[in-house]
Design a protein around this ligand. Structure first.
Ligand code: ATP
Ligand code: MG
Length: 432
């Protein structure tokens, strides 16, 4: 029978890879905690309408990329393609938004039917934060500051660039979109199919077309900044001066528009040249209209989402994960002889109790010394503890050997009762 394979673009994360994920998840959780953000969890499945109303009917995500289906009741549901819509839905449904300030974070899988390639998958994962109830621009700056702090903690800051833009209000963009449509309508022969289709539905998306010919057609096009209202402008300028004062460097990119309709005023993206074509690792901005658009009361909001796979790729290729994080286990206890199970398992328990955080595997299943020590090496342990009965004896051993599994190969023989106490020093110093 043929074996069933995973769905294209949906990855298994294997034990070895998950060490990098754990490290990243831990650092992210430490950073959001330091900033006072609290976790919110919401379903991966929502009413399709939620995403249509928030992300926008004529965005790529909703038009082409959602996994949608009718369930057995005939409700049209979709796997979430991003987190903000579900976060707003959940926070509003449980009364967290009205007249309150909230700093929330989430993490989890997202689903988009895109063309899979390095850094672009159909199931991928995001960390996100959302801040509700603050009109900014200080909260915009905090959201960016938090992302910068994460990169600093991960030692990735020097590989990342921050781009920002002011996209004004929804009505500014409507006026601007009309001007852009008029401009491009006179140049349709230079546009590709995608751009021609967007011309009347979502003209601003033409701005970030990757087709050089389309970019050429945009020369001399009206610029959004000329359509942005004064309030947005001063908000944006205030944000820039806070970023300047905080020493967070950025470049202004007037073509940064983002692929989700709910954004307004300040938007930003962190990009890298370390990942080839998939250079965006984090995107965010303000979305003051979204809560109301989804039926809640008007609530100012800002947030971002980070692509976890892309950060994992960077951490691995730049070797930024500390070595001790990549070691799945520290100590492997061998038991060579009959009837040693209880003694071995007890020693493992004593070691774990004495050294919180130490990983201890107690060999199970018996076997000869050689096959057991091979497993100790294979699992990446630093030290093997060898409990071995004397030939012909049925009594439990009194002593055991500690053996470093590194080049030093240092060995120390100790009374078993002393092992928990001595293990710390033995792990530290190979020179015995
Ligand atoms: P891109 O321009 O790469 O398509 P996007 O603008 O669609 O990104 P957002 O919707 O803003 O991305 O999501 C935030 C982050 O999630 C992105 O910056 C990226 O790191 C990550 N991301 C988005 N789509 C994917 C995907 N299909 N696979 C892996 N990561 C993704
Ligand atoms: Mg995309």
């Amino acid at each position: 029978m043929s074996k069933i394979q995973a769905i294209r673009g949906m990855n298994d994360i294997l034990p070895e890879q998950s060490l990098t994920w754990h490290y990243l998840e831990r650092i992210f959780q430490q950073v959001v905690k330091k900033f006072g953000y609290q976790e919110i969890r919401f379903p991966v499945l929502e009413q399709t309408q939620l995403f249509k109303r928030s992300i926008g009917e004529v965005t790529d995500i909703v038009e082409k990329e959602m996994y949608s289906f009718d369930d057995r009741n005939g409700d049209n549901l979709s796997l979430r393609p991003e987190g903000t819509a579900g976060c707003v839905r959940a926070a509003d449904q449980h009364g967290l938004l009205y007249n309150q300030q909230q700093r929330l974070w989430y993490q989890g899988p997202m689903f988009r039917h895109e063309r899979p390639q390095k850094g672009r998958y159909r199931q991928f994962h995001q960390f996100g934060i959302e801040a509700f109830g603050m009109v900014g621009p200080d909260i915009d700056a905090e959201v960016i500051q938090l992302s910068a702090e994460l990169w600093r903690e991960l030692d990735l800051l020097k590989y990342l660039n921050l781009e920002i833009n002011n996209i004004g209000s929804a009505s500014d963009r409507k006026a601007y979109g009309a001007a852009l449509t008029a401009f491009l309508s006179a140049r349709t022969e230079q546009l590709d199919d995608d751009a021609r289709r967007r011309l009347h539905t979502n003209p601003m998306r033409v701005l970030d077309s990757k087709n050089p010919q389309v970019q050429e057609a945009l020369t001399g096009a009206p610029v959004l900044q000329d359509y942005v209202n004064e309030d947005s402008k001063s908000h944006y300028q205030a944000l820039c001066s806070i970023l300047d004062a905080l020493g967070i460097s950025y470049s202004e990119n007037s073509r940064l528009v983002r692929g989700l309709d709910y954004y307004n005023n300040c938007v930003f993206e962190w990009t890298t040249d370390q990942l080839g074509a998939q250079g965006a690792v984090c995107g965010g901005g303000r979305y003051d209209g979204l809560v109301k658009q989804l039926g809640g009361r008007e609530t100012p909001a800002a947030g971002f989402a980070i692509g976890i796979e892309r950060i994992v790729l960077m951490l691995d290729s730049l070797e930024k994960v500390p070595a001790e994080e990549l070691r799945p286990i520290d100590v492997y206890i061998l038991a060579v002889g009959e009837g040693l199970s209880a003694q071995t398992l007890q020693l493992a328990a004593d070691l774990r109790a004495r050294y919180p955080g130490l990983g201890v595997i107690s060999h199970c299943g018996g076997g000869k010394y050689n096959s057991q020590i091979k497993r100790a090496f294979a699992c990446g342990a630093r030290v093997a503890v060898i409990l071995e009965q004397e030939d012909g004896s049925a009594a439990p051993p009194q002593n055991a050997r500690l053996r470093r599994l590194d080049d030093s190969g240092a060995v120390l023989t100790l009374e078993i009762a002393q092992i928990p106490e001595q293990m710390g020093d033995f792990l530290e110093n190979s020179g015995i």
